[in-house]
Design a protein. Structure first.
Length: 354
């Protein structure tokens, strides 16, 4: 049976990696994005704003995908708005593909805020023990991830398709204009430190500096998304998705510094947030980009220091258990330092960093 994928958020970190994975697997791939002109060759372009239900229905009329992958969200001013907007986006999407009756599987990408809570109540109150496991109950707080899940669950019960939910840790991958992009943020920060001679200081907390953690490579997540659609036991299940290794930032920071030819600054013992320290770097980046002929002169299209600060400033150790996937046969492994190095090399090859 022909597999026809609709990748929602196809130009983002996760979506672009998934598009490549599906194409390599021989799928017919369509990508939905507000700027569909950025999609790679061979991908059917669907331009739509999921906040607009009639426009979404018109854009998807007649497409008849067999698999829908939801890899995007829209950041709002507070969690109440995050819930309202992002739940509606999922609902509009699934309502739009319903008439064809073609959908067999819907995969939703969320993340560890499922266990940690939303940004405005991040890591507050009673949190589940680490390593996080999928069977741990939802927190007693409003969370747009829960609202997105509930929209998928309701549509699946109504329309008869299978679903999967994928919860990565911080994702390492490349995309321009992405709202949550630690890898590129650190690459830009390191490049600016090297140019100016200012110290390459870890921006986060002592809990993150000294504690164990893990991450998720975009390629691993893409392979996991494909795997879940092809594995009967994975139907109607939620999964954590990480690389399989663990590390301490006290070790990883030196590895990243070495890649850029920097000496890592001693840890200050308290957070030194990047959002404040990079607030005035737009001009310096524009100058550096001009010197090296870089493809992107607008630093705000590359970095998301607020998100990097949120992840690296956590006051607790964050680890993720992946036994559920392992027991079902997903055995992929990716060293996280190699994932960073591959990303940095890709950014350099694309002339996004010097």
């Amino acid at each position: 049976m022909t597999n026809k994928a609709l990748v929602v958020g196809a130009t983002g970190i996760v979506g672009s990696a998934l598009v490549r994975q599906l194409q390599d697997a021989g799928w017919e791939v369509h990508g939905l994005a507000r700027n569909a002109g950025l999609l790679p060759r061979g991908v059917g372009a669907v331009a739509a704003d999921l906040r607009d239900a009639p426009a979404t229905a018109a854009a998807l009329a007649g497409l008849a995908p067999t698999h829908v992958f939801i890899t995007t969200w829209s950041r709002q001013a507070n969690e109440a708005e995050n819930i309202r907007v992002n739940a509606a986006m999922v609902r509009h999407l699934l309502d739009a593909v319903r008439p064809a009756g073609s959908v067999r599987h819907v995969a939703l990408v969320t993340g560890l805020k499922h266990y940690l809570g939303p940004f405005e109540a991040y890591a507050q109150g009673a949190l589940p023990q680490t390593p996080f496991r999928e069977e741990q109950p939802r927190l007693a707080v409003d969370n747009f991830y829960y609202a997105q899940e509930d929209e998928v669950f309701a549509a699946a019960a109504r329309d008869g398709f299978h679903w999967s939910v994928h919860r990565p840790h911080t994702v390492i991958g490349a995309a321009v204009g992405n709202a949550m992009n630690m890898g590129t943020t650190l690459a830009v920060y390191a490049s600016l430190c090297k140019r100016s001679g200012r110290p390459f200081q870890f921006p986060g907390s002592s809990a993150q500096w000294n504690g164990l953690t893990d991450m998720t490579d975009a390629g691993v997540l893409a392979r996991h998304l494909l795997w879940a659609t092809q594995t009967p036991a994975a139907a109607d299940q939620a999964f954590n998705v990480v690389n399989g290794d663990v590390f301490r930032w006290s070790w990883m920071w030196g590895r990243i510094a070495d890649w850029f030819g920097l000496a890592p600054a001693p840890f200050a013992g308290e957070p030194r947030p990047l959002e404040a320290r990079m607030a005035d770097d737009a001009g310096a980046w524009s100058a550096l980009a001009a010197e090296h002929g870089l493809a992107e002169t607008d630093i705000h299209r590359l970095v998301s220091p607020w998100h990097t600060d949120a992840d690296l400033g956590r006051p607790l150790e964050v680890l993720t258990d992946m036994s559920k996937s392992r027991r079902m046969g997903f055995l992929d492994y990716q060293p996280s330092d190699d994932a960073f190095f591959a990303l940095f090399a890709q950014l350099r090859a694309q002339r996004l960093i010097p």
